[in-house]
Design a protein around this ligand. Structure first.
Ligand code: SF4
Length: 359
């Protein structure tokens, strides 16, 4: 089917009200960028889910990093998006401005060189992410072991998606499965979830045409009561996922309980270094403290219960320049996206949806 016909269908949809959740933060940004929400029928509600890793990281984790940074023997290394995520008292930017040695990098592997050149300090990487980034941290550990520096550690806040999707499923009629995560895990977990939750799942890429095709497919499946996972991103996602990445994760990590900001404790949803690699861990287990900033409604935004602009602080005391909650910090956070993305121009396009099979 041509994209223009799919969009026409979504525009004129007049069936029952549908709430469709995009799980992944990158999808949230791509969908808003595409302009789709302003084109499709008001009876189709696109809501964000728990797939922004920074947004679901508890304040206790930020507090732990800050506490480690106060030891002058430690250097904290992180991606830039973690710097302004609020802890219970301050964020990493403030700790840095007060003298802590906190550095940000574009690749965790950059830390190997830093640690090799400076054996007097312990370099601790803030390893936050989902199944997508866990293989990168596996590569970091592998390289750290090879380098033999002995001064590299990880403080992990690694999570897996399926149980968080179950926790967010109330009132949802279908899911856009997390595309990047599915590259690693394959479609099987989403087939299982579709059966368990009795809801349709669609795996989609990130381009406008693919997203429109995926939402069209989800609407059709929700209408017809289909409860399966449809893969519209076969060029990147296979049923079995990435065997190599899966093996790298299994070599270094094991599952354990994790607390999610906005959701709470989800048994078995965390990934931690195995016992034999504990010498590389900076104290990741048992971090469960979470202090929500008064008035911040990230917990409801993360689980699709409200839109960002339904938070009383949105655009007032909470802005991209002065974020109050984690959802306004990360570029994948729903509040950041709602504040900063200018709607795209899908309505002006009538390109053909090549490569996407629309049922
Ligand atoms: Fe939290 Fe700000 Fe989003 Fe409100 S607008 S939910 S305060 S991040």
């Amino acid at each position: 089917m041509e994209l223009s016909k799919a969009i026409e269908y979504l525009k004129n949809y007049n069936g029952r009200q549908l709430r469709l959740m995009e799980v992944c933060g990158t999808h949230t940004a791509a969908i808003r960028n595409s302009g789709l929400p302003s084109i499709i029928s008001e009876r189709i509600h696109l809501v964000s889910g728990p797939g922004c890793p920074v947004c679901v990281t508890v304040t206790g984790y930020i507090d732990k990093l800050i506490s480690l940074s106060k030891d002058s023997r430690n250097v904290i290394v992180t991606f830039g998006d973690l710097m302004r995520v609020p802890g219970s008292e301050m964020d990493l930017s403030r700790a840095k401005s007060e003298g802590a040695d906190i550095r940000f990098v574009y690749s965790p592997l950059d830390m190997i060189r830093m640690a090799e050149e400076d054996r007097d300090h312990v370099y601790i990487f803030a390893a936050v992410g989902f199944e997508t980034t866990t293989p990168v941290y596996a590569a970091l550990i592998s390289e750290a072991e090879k380098s033999g520096t002995g001064n590299i550690r990880l403080l992990t806040a690694l999570k897996t998606m399926p149980e968080a999707i179950i926790k967010s499923a109330e009132g949802i009629d279908g899911f856009l499965a997390p595309g990047h995560v599915a590259v690693i895990t394959g479609t099987k977990p989403y087939e299982e979830l579709a059966g368990k939750l009795e809801l349709p799942f669609v795996v989609s890429g990130f381009k406008e045409e693919g997203l429109a095709a995926a939402i069209y497919a989800l609407v059709k499946m929700a209408q017809s009561g289909e409860r399966r996972c449809l893969n519209l991103y076969p060029q990147a996602v296979r049923e079995e996922g990435s065997v190599l990445a899966g093996a790298a994760i299994a070599k270094y990590f094991e599952s354990g309980d994790a607390v999610w900001r906005g959701i709470g404790l989800i048994p078995g949803s965390g990934m931690y270094l195995k016992e034999e690699f504990q010498r590389l861990d900076a104290g990741s287990r048992g971090i469960d403290g979470n202090t929500e900033t008064p008035g911040c409604m990230c917990a409801k935004v993360i689980t699709g219960r409200i839109r960002p602009d339904e938070c009383h602080l949105f655009g007032k005391t909470c802005t991209v320049d002065h974020p109050v909650g984690a959802c306004m910090v990360s570029q994948e956070g729903a509040c950041f996206v709602a504040s900063s993305v200018s709607p795209g121009s899908l309505r002006e396009k009538s390109v053909s949806c090549s490569g996407s099979k629309i049922h």
